[in-house]
Each structure stands twice: as C-alpha cells, then as structure tokens.
Design a binder for this molecule. Structure first.
Ligand SMILES: [Ca+2]
Ligand SMILES: [Ca+2]
Ligand SMILES: [Ca+2]
Ligand SMILES: [Ca+2]
Length: 521
C-alpha cells in the first residue's frame, strides 16, 4: 500500500482554507485598489476586514505551521508560486477541464514584498506552540458490551455506517479494494450486499428503498463531477442511478420538502474547487428535478427538520470550507427557501459534523457541532477542535453553551443512552492525539442540562480502529440505543501521529459495536 497515494487520496474534505484564500485574495485586490502605495501587512490583514469573519487570528496556528505550510499554500491562491510551479498546482483542475485562473491566478495579485510582510505579520504574532487542555476521560464504559463486527474488509476503508432502527440491522460502506455496501443482521450475518462504483458516503432509507451517495471512484477531493446517488430497490436488485454528475457528494438527507407526498433528496456536494448544496424534487417517475440552494463547495452535513412548526421541512447545513459555518434554510413553501447564516467559524476550524437535538427541551432544536478535520496544511493538535452545543434562542440565533475539547473530532450524535431523561453524546475523532491520551471515542454522559455538565468516558482499547464513521440506534430491537463505529485507515503519514497503522491493517477491524445492556431481548 502506497502511503503517498493514501495521503493524496485522503478522504477528508480538507480544503477549508480554500475560500479563505480566495477572500484574502479579494481583500488584497480591494486593498491594493484603495492603497496603491504598498500597504503594510497590518493594513492588508486588518483594516479592510473589520466585518470579515474569515480572517483567522494568528493565534489559531503555531508560527511554523503558518510560515512553512499554511501561508505558502495560501500564496498559490494569490498567484505566488515561490516554491513550486503553477503548472503542477493547476494540473488537477486542468485534467478535468476546469479553468484554474479563478483559483490559482497566473499573475500575482500582490507584490512579493507585500506577501512577505503578510507572512511576517503572522510569524510575529503566532504562538510557538498551541496549548491543549488535557481532558480526563475515564476508561471502561458502564452499561455497554463492546464487540468487533465479524465482517472485516481488508484493509478497512469504512466511509459509512448506519443502524436501521426496527430492522435489527446495520450497514457498513467500504471502498478501495472492495467498494460495496453490506447490510448485516445484528449478529453480523450478511443479509445482502451491493457493489458500488466508488466510495459510499451516506445511506438513507425511504420506505424499502436504500438511497446511497457515492463520492466518486474514491472519496478524495477532485475537481471532477464523479459522484452519484443510487437507489437500491431490493436485495436482488442492482443499484440504479437516481442523480449523477455530482461534485463529491458526502451527505444526503431524505424528506418531502414540497409537501407532495414524495420523498425528495438534499445532496451536499462538498466538491473541491466547486460544489453545490442542492435539493432534488422527486417527480414520482424515478427522476428528480435539481434545485440549487447554494453554489459553493464545502457542504458537509445537512439535516431536514420543521424548525418553526409550520408543517414544512426546513434545512440546516454545515459548510466546512473557507467560510465555515451553519446556514438555516427556512422553507417558504412552493420550493422556495430563504437562507440565513446563523453560525460562522474560522477557516482553520475544520468543521466536520452537525446534528439537531433539543437539549434543553424548550421546543427549539439546538445544534450539536464537531470540528476536527486535520487533513489540511496544518496537521497539528488544535485546542479549538471538539464538540459544541449551540442552544437555539430563536430560529436563526444560536449561542454556544458547551464545549468539549477533542482534537480531531469527526462526528457526534446525541441520544438518551442511559434513559435518565436527558440527551447524552457520543463523539469520535479521526485525528486524536494518540500520543497523549485515549480520546478517539468519547461518551459524554449528561449530568446536568441546566449547567451543561457532561461526564466523559470511553471503552478499553478504544483506538483499535481509526474512527471515521459512526451511528447511534437500536441495533438489536430491545429499544435501547446502541452505537456502531466504523474504522478507516486510508490516511497517510502527513500529520499521522498514531504509529498504529500496522496494527489496524493486520487486525482489519471494520466496525466495533457497543451494545447497550440497559435492556436485553
Ligand atoms: Ca416532495
Ligand atoms: Ca432547545
Ligand atoms: Ca441520559
Ligand atoms: Ca439496543
């Protein structure tokens, strides 16, 4: 297995710096129009971006990372190619017929001296290292039996895990040597499997139909429109293309958005340089009509829910690239949605997952959020990675009420795991600090919603997989909530601090099941 190609093929949508670069580019263009006499870096970086949320504070990365890695990559976006050739940078776009000029300008938009002063600005202000507060996690999960799924792909490249409530079943989506979705009974017996032409990223069920999004041949970023959404209408059926020509779809949501009784599709086309958030109206004849909600890359998670109780499904979307944040799309009826940005994060945050839950039981859905994508130019342990709860104050106003630091946090879901009447959280990390602590899976037991106090614990040997995917649900029909975790070792050496690769490859654990023993059947 080629580590280099693995790194190139990293699944994670890592380019959240992309739009930041573009915005800095725009800023610099505007600035240079206003101040033709070589503005200082401070002017460039600060003065003209008073209301700009995209300007990352120098404190968010250490000096070495800024100067040696992140800023040079930003330079390409400004037309500065001091350590490489433009031709090599733009090849992945040109190969797909994409005009690279808007992304990597052929002429520098600022002088090299100005660029150097920006680098100095960050270098002077950035810390030597970032300080991460150590969390105390108790080991040993009370109330859960831990077992490894008997179904193992070798190597395990799990990109999707789902539990099917009411069916006593779960599925594992894998790519690379075997690209398929397997549906398993709770006892791990194979129920059926579908071959897929690429990496499955999400599975939804609509009646008896499986709907599966496939990113492309692999899950890695690409300028091409190689993704598709498939429907599988029965165990003996081949997957049928429902929607194709997609920019790397990483998440789908099923719901009747226009109230005609037919389940429509929301598709997060994360893409790379280009992408979309779109909804696809089910026309009832097996075809879908595409409606674009946003033309931009970076949509990573979408949830449909009726936020205001008017009977229409609204959409909440996490954008994870450049202008990172959460958008609410209120459904105005007749297929019309009004968009409002309700949360905004720094472009180095690395947003990864979003869920909607009413943590404080006030009737308003709150936001569960994770950030921890470290597959970018700054693969360092970051103190602002972790799990957050934003309580809803209104439909479009959310306040951070809880933060659990968790480097590399990749996904989280909430549910009342111990059935004491409040919502607990399970979170996984794809980029944990294995050298320091065992924090690749954490169960945060809700001790008090009023004070937002959660008690973290994990299971023995929780780093027996590298957790990219998870789901919470009742896998065995006894009505308590179980957990399934999916391992994916398709990430190469850059920033990999694990030293666990050989073990993972040898043991080939695709999934671990945490079976809740609160009840038993
Ligand atoms: Ca519909
Ligand atoms: Ca609430
Ligand atoms: Ca609970
Ligand atoms: Ca159960």
């Amino acid at each position: 297995m080629c580590q280099d190609s693995l790194f190139q093929c990293r699944w994670l949508p890592q380019l959240h710096l992309g739009l930041f670069r573009a915005s800095l580019c725009l800023l610099l263009v505007l600035t240079s129009c206003k101040q033709p006499q070589h503005p200082t870096a401070e002017v460039l970086v600060q003065s003209h971006c008073g209301s700009c949320h995209l300007m990352p504070e120098p404190s968010l990365l250490d000096r070495t990372t800024w100067v040696q890695s992140t800023l040079p990559e930003m330079g390409y976006r400004l037309g500065i190619y001091t350590d490489t050739s433009r031709a090599s940078i733009v090849k992945p776009l040109v190969d797909f017929g994409v005009d690279p000029e808007p992304f990597y300008p052929s002429r520098a938009v600022l002088t090299v001296d100005d660029w150097r002063s920006i680098i100095e600005y960050y270098g002077d202000r950035a810390p030597e290292t970032l300080t991460v507060s150590n969390q105390s996690v108790s080991v040993g999960l009370d109330g859960f039996e831990v077992r490894e799924s008997l179904l193992r792909f070798s190597p395990p490249y799990t990109t999707d895990i789902q539990i099917y409530d009411g069916y006593n079943a779960y599925s594992i989506g894998n790519y690379a040597s075997e690209s398929k979705l397997v549906l398993l009974a709770e006892s791990d017996q194979l129920m059926f499997e579908f071959d897929l032409e690429g990496a499955p990223t999400d599975t939804e069920i609509d009646g008896s139909t499986f709907i599966v999004s496939v990113a492309g041949p692999g899950p890695e970023p690409t300028a091409g429109r190689l993704g598709a959404v498939y429907g599988v209408f029965g165990p003996d059926q081949n997957p049928i293309v429902l929607v194709d020509d997609l920019y790397r779809p990483v998440d789908i949501e099923v719901g009747d958005l226009n109230g005609d009784g037919l389940a429509d599709l929301i598709i997060c086309e994360y893409g790379h340089y280009e992408g979309y958030l779109s909804w696809h109206q089910n026309l009832g004849d097996g075809s879908y009509k595409r409606n674009v909600l946003l033309t931009a890359p970076g949509a990573i998670a979408a949830k449909a829910a009726d936020l205001n109780g008017d009977g229409l499904l609204d959409i909440v979307v996490l954008m994870a690239q450049g202008d990172e944040g959460v958008d609410v799309y209120l459904n105005e009826g007749d297929g019309v949605f009004s968009r409002e940005r309700v949360l905004r994060f720094s472009p180095v945050y690395g947003s990864t997952d979003l869920g909607l839950y009413d943590f404080n039981a006030d009737g308003l859905l709150d936001i569960l959020y994770t950030n921890g994508d470290n597959a970018d130019s700054s693969p360092i342990i970051k103190p602002y990675h972790g799990v957050r709860i934003f309580l809803a104050e209104s439909l479009t106003s959310y306040e951070e009420a809880y933060f659990y630091p968790m480097p590399g946090a990749m996904a989280a879901q909430a549910g009342d795991l111990n059935e004491d009447g409040d919502l607990d959280i399970v979170a996984i990390s794809y980029f944990p600090d294995y050298e320091e602590r065992e924090q690749s899976v954490v169960l945060l037991e809700n001790e008090s919603t009023q004070t937002m106090a959660f008690n973290p614990s994990t299971f023995e040997d929780s780093f027996r997989g590298r957790w990219l995917a998870m789901d919470l649900g009742d896998i065995d029909g006894d009505k308590d909530l179980d957990i399934v975790l999916g391992s994916n070792i398709g990430f190469g050496p850059k920033g990999d601090r694990t030293n666990l690769y050989d073990r993972w490859a040898e043991e080939s654990i695709s999934a671990v099941i945490l079976e809740n023993s609160l009840r038993s059947n």
